[in-house]
Structure formats: structure tokens, C-alpha cells
Write a protein that binds this ligand. Structure first.
Ligand code: NAD
Length: 532
């Protein structure tokens, strides 16, 4: 006897049919290419140029124009990216809306958890494809892409499968004075069509950190990856299809921000919310864009993160943690430390050790397993970082190490390379100590008392993360709690439990991601009150 199919399994059977209909509609408009895969080849820089397509309604479609994605490693063209204009953005939002009205909108939590686990399995099977795509876009060391970016993408899907499965109903029994009772329970309905806009620094990690909970909660998404890192979001479309994700549930549109794909998406009247990770100024622009429709936003924005090193810290551990927090991913992690306040008795020692650690970093081709620091993401970003290097000198910085464009030979001369850089002699009045640089740089500043250290660390409009280094447990708790940030670490950095809240205050964002905090954004609670 044939086994009964769950609603989702039945829906997967109709999946191909839907894709065919959508292809037909797009081919009449001249967009559909008939290409079933994101591109012909995902490989590291130096290999033939790929063509990266949009992924709409379960199929890959060409754009109205193209641009070249340039390798930050050597300046060669790494891929041709197809831009989605307003018509394709509209098609993607329409595909997402239709998906919500179809079988996907009726899936159970258990079925969605199964889908998420299948996606994780497929990413794992194609692990090296994702690593190659991420490395090719960003130039980050292949070891980092393996250990952090792609590994976390797998974990994001698995952990949200667990988290959504464990979520219970929000319910109350109301007891009225006259003895009557009412049962209240809140349904967690999907938010709807969610616009997902992500940056280039941890492209797949940050994308899946949003897509996994969005899908877990039953939403359909339209993703706008960064123009500087478009590959892994595109490749994820293949994985979605292979994992049986229904057409239209996951869509990708490529392009730029203002007056382009990003703005077309955030101003589209049929989206139900925007989740965004990127610069604070872009967050502001998106808030203005969604204001007329009063759409909810979740923002993970910039940071100017501080570390406080007390004289009683385990200096070996502190220096190890600090050098990771300053230089990981070439300083291009929102959580990176750009301000280090060091208690005066150990200032010289910590400075000396940090300079030595910076000098030991190995810049080079990402595929070399000995490489520990890659380039910045682009020539434009290097121009920005370089302008801060010049500004630091103009503001009186003592450049302890770095400060220049390194000479890595003719082979890499076209890349966006910069030296790891440490400054002394600056204080909180300097612009380079106040503004986010987003590069491998930090200002090292002495302090004399706990109160002064706390005051200096909190003297910023940002409020993402802080790290406190001390062996005094009481002080660790006391100082960590006084940091005006969303996340404080004591004697570590970037240690994450994915159920814990992630996000910032002030210019660093609105809302929290992680565990039930993510589920709260991606659902609309609808209360039902039944008098018993
Ligand atoms: P960005 O804001 O320039 O771009 C991010 C994304 O927004 C890109 O996809 C871009 O095309 C799009 N975009 C730009 N303008 C837009 C507009 N007007 N409307 C719609 N979309 C628009 O940021 P970036 O340079 O890609 O990333 C670096 C920034 O991201 C840094 O400030 C960093 O601190 C921040 N960041 C924050 C976190 C966090 O979790 N808090 C994580 C990573 C990066």
C-alpha cells in the first residue's frame, strides 16, 4: 500500500509543475534562460568567469544588465552578475507571495524543520563548492571560510530546525471574577514576504542566519545579496531546489543598493518586513523607505567595538583574543575590536605583544593554507580604509605597525590589500577612534581606573559588542554589565550560543537575532480568546 504523503511531500510533487509554469511566464517576458544551475562553475579566483543569475520562483533568470564582480585578491574579473531591475524584483516578490498562498503556507512546523535539516545536509554535501564560492568573492583565507562561514551556514539551518521545533504556544487561562474562564492562545503566523538584505563580509553566514529562521517560521524570502559577494546566495538556490524547497519560497535578486535592486525591494508595497545587516547609514535609508508602509525592520548595523584589558588579565589569553578580534577576516566583522583600552601597568607589554602578533600575520592567496589574512573586499573599500590610515596620521597617531599598502608581488598587485595596523597616541576625540573603519586596525589607549575604562568604552554612538579581559570574576561581571552594548564577552571573543540574543543598541541596530528572538521577528502573533 502506498504511504500517505504529508502536505509538504505532496507539495514537493507539484513543485516541478509550478517551476515549469513560472519558467513559461518568464520566457515569454524574455528573462528565463533555461539554466538549471546558478552558474557553470564555482571555483577559486583565476578560473574562468562565471555568470551569476537571479533565482526567482525556483528557476535561474538573467537580469536586465550585468556587472563584473572583481576579485579582491588580484583585481581580475571573478564573475558576471545579472542585475534584477524593478520588473524582476516585482516578479520575485510575486513568486514569494504566491508561495505563501500555496502548500508552503500550510506546512507544519515538523515539516519545515525537516526541510531545514535537508538544506543543512545539502550544504554539507556541497561544502567545498560553497567554500570556493565564498573565497572567490571575498578573498578570505580558505581555512576561515571552512571553519567559520560555511560551517556556520550548516549550523544555522540545523539549530533553527531545533529551535522552532521546541517552541511552545503562548497561552493563558483567564479567570474572571464571576467564575467564567477564557482560554487565550497566540498563533505564531509567518510575517509573510520578507526582504533579506545582507552585506559582503560574512555573506553566507549572515544570509543563512536570516533565511533559516524565516523559513522555519513559514515565510517566503526575497534575498538581495551584496553586489560584492553575490555567489553563495546564488548557489544556495540550487541547494534549496535539491532539498525540495518549493518554488518561490527562496528568491535571490542581484544588484546594488540606492536606485537599484535594494531600493526596489525595500520600497515594494507587497513586502511584509525587512531584515537587514549592513552599514548604519543604509539602515537609516531603509527605515525611510519602509516608513510609508509601516513595515517592521530588524537591523544589525555597524560597530566601533571596545575591549578593556585590566592589569590582572591573563595576558597571553588576552593578546590572543585581541589579535583575533582585531584582525579576523581582515577586520571586516561587525564584532571586531577597533578600540583597545589597556590598564596602564600592562600597557607597554600588551602593546608589544599585539605588535608582534600583527607582524606574524601571513598575507597571501586565500587557497594557501598558511595564509592568515586576506585582502579587503574591494578597491573602493580599501580607498575608504586608506583614507582612515591617512587621517590617523593627520590626527597625530603613532603608527606602531602597518599603515600602508603591502607589496605582495606583481601577482597580487591588483588586489585590495592593506597592512594590519595598530595606532598609539590617539584618544576618544579622534575621528578614527569614533568612526567605524571596518578594516584590520585598532587604536591602543591606556586607562588608569575601572571607572575611566568603562567611561571610555561607552563613549560612542554605536553599541554592538565589547570584550573585558580580567581574572577578577566580580570585576568581569560588573564591567560587562555596564557596557552599553548588545553583547559583552568576558575573557573571550566571538563565542556564540545561537540561542542567545545577538544585536546592538544605538547606531548598531534595532532588534535581536538568535533563538526565540529571531522567531519573534519572523512571526506575527495572533491571539485567539475562547470563553470556556
Ligand atoms: P552596506 O550597508 O553598504 O550594504 C549592505 C547591503 O545593503 C548590500 O546588499 C547593499 O547593496 C544594500 N544596500 C545599500 N544601500 C541600500 C539601500 N539604500 N536600500 C536597500 N539596500 C541597500 O554595508 P556593507 O558595506 O555591505 O557591509 C559593511 C557594514 O555592515 C559595516 O558597517 C558592518 O559593521 C556592518 N555589519 C553589521 C553586522 C551586524 O551583525 N551588526 C554584521 C556584518 C556587517
Amino acid at each position: 500500500m502506498a504511504q500517505l504523503q504529508s502536505p509538504l511531500e505532496q507539495a514537493v510533487v507539484t513543485h516541478l509543475q509550478t517551476v515549469c509554469q513560472f519558467r513559461h511566464a518568464l520566457s515569454r517576458k524574455g528573462h528565463w534562460t533555461g539554466i538549471a544551475r546558478a552558474s557553470t562553475l564555482f571555483a577559486m579566483s583565476g578560473t574562468p568567469v562565471n555568470s551569476l543569475l537571479n533565482f526567482i520562483g525556483g528557476t535561474y533568470v538573467e537580469g536586465e544588465a550585468t556587472f563584473d564582480k572583481i576579485s579582491p585578491v588580484d583585481g581580475t574579473a571573478a564573475a558576471t552578475v545579472h542585475v534584477a531591475g524593478s520588473e524582476l524584483v516585482d516578479a520575485a516578490v510575486g513568486a514569494a507571495r504566491r508561495a505563501l498562498g500555496g502548500p508552503w503556507g500550510r506546512t507544519s512546523v515538523a515539516d519545515r524543520a525537516k526541510v531545514l535539516r535537508r538544506i543543512a545536509d545539502r550544504i554539507e554535501e556541497r561544502f567545498e563548492d560553497f567554500v570556493a564560492a565564498e573565497v572567490r568573492d571575498t578573498g578570505k583565507p580558505v581555512t576561515l571560510a571552512r571553519q567559520l562561514d560555511v560551517a556556520r551556514a550548516v549550523t544555522n539551518f540545523r539549530s533553527f530546525a531545533d529551535i522552532v521545533s521546541a517552541k511552545g504556544l503562548d497561552s493563558y487561562l483567564t479567570e474572571l471574577p464571576d467564575g467564567r474562564q477564557a482560554l487565550n492562545y497566540a498563533l505564531a503566523k509567518p510575517l509573510g514576504v520578507v526582504a533579506v538584505i545582507v552585506p559582503w563580509n560574512l555573506p553566507l553566514l549572515l544570509l543563512t542566519w536570516k533565511v533559516a529562521p524565516a523559513l522555519a517560521c513559514g515565510n517566503a524570502v526575497v534575498v538581495k545579496p551584496s553586489e560584492d559577494a553575490p555567489s553563495t546566495a546564488t548557489l544556495l538556490g540550487e541547494v534549496m531546489s535539491e532539498a525540495g524547497v518549493l518554488a518561490g519560497v527562496y528568491n535571490v535578486v542581484h544588484g546594488f543598493g540606492p536606485d537599484s535592486t535594494g531600493e526596489f525591494l525595500t520600497t515594494h508595497e507587497d513586502i511584509d518586513g525587512v531584515t537587514f545587516t549592513g552599514a548604519s547609514s543604509t539602515g537609516s535609508a531603509i527605515m525611510r523607505a519602509v516608513a510609508p508602509g509601516v513595515r517592521p525592520v530588524s537591523f544589525e548595523l555597524g560597530g566601533k567595538n571596545a575591549a578593556l584589558v585590566f592589569a590582572d588579565a591573563d595576558l597571553e589569553k588576552a593578546v590572543d583574543g585581541l589579535s583575533r578580534s582585531i584582525f579576523t577576516n581582515t577586520g571586516q566583522v561587525c564584532l571586531c575590536t577597533e578600540r583597545v583600552y589597556i590598564e596602564r601597568p600592562v600597557y607597554d607589554e600588551v602593546v608589544g605583544r599585539l605588535v608582534a602578533r600583527a607582524g606574524a600575520l601571513k598575507l597571501g592567496r586565500p587557497e594557501d593554507p598558511h595564509t592568515t589574512m586576506g585582502p579587503l573586499i574591494s578597491a573602493a573599500h580599501r580607498d575608504k580604509v586608506q583614507s582612515y590610515l591617512k587621517l590617523a596620521e593627520a590626527e597625530g597617531a603613532d603608527v606602531l605597525t602597518g599603515g600602508r599598502i603591502p607589496d605582495l608581488g606583481e601577482d597580487l598587485a591588483g588586489g585590495a590589500w592593506i597592512e594590519p595596523t595598530l595606532w598609539a597616541g590617539l584618544d576618544n576625540s579622534s575621528r578614527v577612534v569614533r568612526e567605524e573603519v571596518f578594516g584590520p586596525v585598532a587604536a591602543l589607549i591606556p586607562f588608569d581606573t575601572e571607572e575611566e575604562g568603562i567611561r571610555l568604552a561607552n563613549d560612542t554612538k554605536y553599541g554592538l559588542a565589547a570584550a573585558v579581559w580580567t581574572q577578577n570574576l566580580e570585576r568581569g561581571h560588573r564591567v560587562a554589565q555596564q557596557m552599553r552594548v548588545g553583547m559583552s564577552w568576558v575573557n573571550t571573543w566571538y563565542l556564540r550560543d545561537l540561542r542567545s540574543p545577538f544585536g546592538g543598541i544605538g547606531l548598531s541596530g534595532i532588534g535581536r537575532e538568535g533563538g526565540h528572538h529571531s522567531l519573534a521577528f519572523y512571526t506575527e502573533p495572533t491571539n485567539v480568546c475562547v470563553q470556556l
